[in-house]
Design a binder for this molecule. Structure first.
Ligand SMILES: NC(=O)c1ccc[n+]([C@@H]2O[C@H](COP(=O)([O-])OP(=O)(O)OC[C@H]3O[C@@H](n4cnc5c(N)ncnc54)[C@H](O)[C@@H]3O)[C@@H](O)[C@H]2O)c1
Length: 512
């Protein structure tokens, strides 16, 4: 699908293939075609649920909201209380509400707040001019304001047309940031907003913070000369990283880029710890199920699967695992789980969860065998793990019982409970904790600092991982929250281990 940039008719999706789906990013095409998918965006369930009638809504602050105001923000002339005009949000008057949301998020984002405090005097981002394209919500606002405290000037657009918390965008505009975003942008608005961030008077951006690769993409295609002046790109999503590697492979990447998606802290916290909590939250909110004694099969014993297993076992579930990889299967066995083939347990289980990143893991044949009342959901990458399309046959009846909950009824009255139509259940039915976003944000901020301050030659035009030491630093920023006290190596121990006392403490190949 091509997207015309207003005024240029440039096809800015030329650079890469249609990106793969990603927990952090939804392809624009899907966004445009699936209204329901808007609730599956990451980091924004508060915002999204607030605007919906969903029973799982965890925040109701947008009761006042602008959803009734159908006019395009682009048609409105707005200014903040200081007369600042360089922004485009739904309704600047909502700023106080947004500010309160940002303050709440700050409390649960100790790492990024600690970084702000520690580095604000040094101003490591002084003279950095950052084009940001991320979700715009309370948590990312904390990141944006941190970058500014560290010396950066920013212009910010949303990376998802549905995910903006309008009140937060208003709060950022009120604070004097050039923010261009509102919930429910059209495709054209979406690119217009990014364009406003890239191309402005007296503005030569030198850094990009991207989530999905769209700002990078637009600048590269539409403003190639400007792109060449950029010192670094920080990319957070699988999709964006995939695009960067493609650019690098085709020798079109002329600046260094950092893949923060694969930082250890990010991967661990997103995949293991966050999923460990959100699987329970999602199932509870959508089905009100009691877990004790329930039989659950989890397909995939990777990071996500392990998190789900821990949580469900902790609540008294009997957990079975399916795996293709003998190492993960052995891990599951050693952790006390029965490793089975799906067909061995499919008739008896109460819950089926996929977490493989693979496709057609649960197919119609399995669903035909499930018992009535079985809950089926997916925690993995995309909506192909469960073959939902195979359920769209004339013999089966779909009953929407709640938002994100469908009963699929067989001719004999058997029904299975399908959550979020097979999309990532936690992103659809739960919220991502600010604490996890704090880790990601701290990682992004450090990557920006590193690329911006790196001496010439340290990074070539390629895609890099955040240096291990910085990954460790991100973790250390979060330790005081837990009153955790690290042991320091003695000189003798450091020598014995061949380590620097300040880290890094592990080689790059170490698996945590
Ligand atoms: N829901 C979320 O919030 C969230 C967060 C992070 C990642 N993810 C996604 O979840 C998926 C899993 O992530 P991960 O970090 O655990 O990956 P992983 O690679 O560590 O684990 C996936 C496991 O599934 C196994 N597997 C593959 N095909 C299988 C099959 N047919 N049957 C059984 N097992 C199979 C693999 O051997 C592997 O051990 C990915 O798609 C990832 O993008 C989701």
């Amino acid at each position: 699908m091509s997207h015309n940039i207003q005024g240029t008719k440039a096809n800015i999706t030329d650079v890469s293939d249609t990106p793969v789906m990603d927990p952090g990013t939804v392809s624009k095409e899907t966004k445009a075609t699936s209204g329901a998918l808007k609730k599956s965006s990451r980091y924004r369930s508060r915002s999204l649920s607030a605007s919906s009638t969903d029973s799982f809504s965890s925040a109701s602050y947008t009761g006042s909201s602008s959803e009734e105001d159908e006019s395009s923000p682009r048609e409105k002339s707005q200014k903040n209380s200081s007369g600042f005009l360089d922004f485009c949000v739904r309704n600047i008057n909502q700023h106080a509400f947004g500010r309160r949301e940002i303050e709440i998020a700050e409390h649960e984002m100790p790492g990024i707040m600690a970084l702000r405090k520690r580095a604000c005097e040094d101003k490591p981002l002084k003279n950095a001019k950052i084009v940001g394209c991320t979700h715009i919500n309370a948590q990312t606002a904390v990141l944006i304001e941190t970058l500014v405290e560290l010396g950066a000037t920013v212009r910010w657009a949303a990376c998802n047309i549905y995910s903006t918390q309008n009140e937060v965008a208003a709060a950022l505009a009120e604070a004097g940031y050039a923010v261009f975003a509102w919930r429910g942008e059209t495709e054209e608005d979406f690119w217009w907003c990014i364009d406003k961030c890239v191309n402005a008077e007296n503005w030569q951006p030198n850094m990009i913070l991207d989530d999905g690769g769209d700002a990078t993409h637009l600048m590269l295609k539409k403003y190639p000369a400007m792109f060449k002046m950029v010192r670094g790109i920080v990319e957070e999503s699988v999709t964006g990283v995939h695009r960067l590697y493609q650019l690098s492979k085709s020798a079109k990447l002329s600046v260094p880029a950092m893949n923060v998606n694969d930082s250890v802290t990010k991967t661990k916290f997103d995949n293991l710890y966050s999923c460990r909590e959100s699987i329970i939250d999602s199932l509870k909110r959508s089905t009100d199920i009691m877990f004790g004694g329930k039989q659950v099969v989890i397909c995939g014993y990777g990071e996500v699967g392990k998190g789900c297993c821990q949580a469900l076992k902790g609540l008294g579930c009997i957990v079975y695992i399916t795996e293709i990889d003998p190492i993960c299967a052995l891990q599951a066995s050693m952790d006390g789980f029965r490793v089975v083939k799906l067909n061995e347990v499919i008739r008896n289980v109460d819950i089926v969860i996929t977490a493989t990143g693979n496709k057609n893991v649960v197919v119609r044949e399995h669903m035909d065998k499930m018992k009535s009342g079985c809950i089926v959901c997916n925690m993995g990458h995309s909506n192909t793990e469960i073959d939902v399309n195979s359920l769209r046959t004339p013999d089966l009846t779909w009953e929407k019982v709640r938002s994100q909950v469908d009963h699929i009824v067989w001719p004999d009255g058997k029904r299975i409970i399908l959550l979020a139509e097979g999309r990532l259940v936690n992103l659809s039915c739960s919220s991502v904790p600010s604490f996890v976003v704090s880790i990601t944000s701290a990682t992004q901020a450090l990557a920006l600092i590193e690329l911006f301050n790196a001496p010439a030659g340290r990074y070539k035009s390629d895609v890099y991982l955040l240096p291990k030491k910085m990954d460790e630093y991100v973790a250390s920023l979060h330790l005081p929250t837990f009153d955790a006290h690290l042991t320091e190596l003695t000189d003798e121990q450091a020598k014995y281990m061949g380590l620097n006392k300040a880290g890094p403490f592990k080689p790059n190949y170490y698996r945590y």
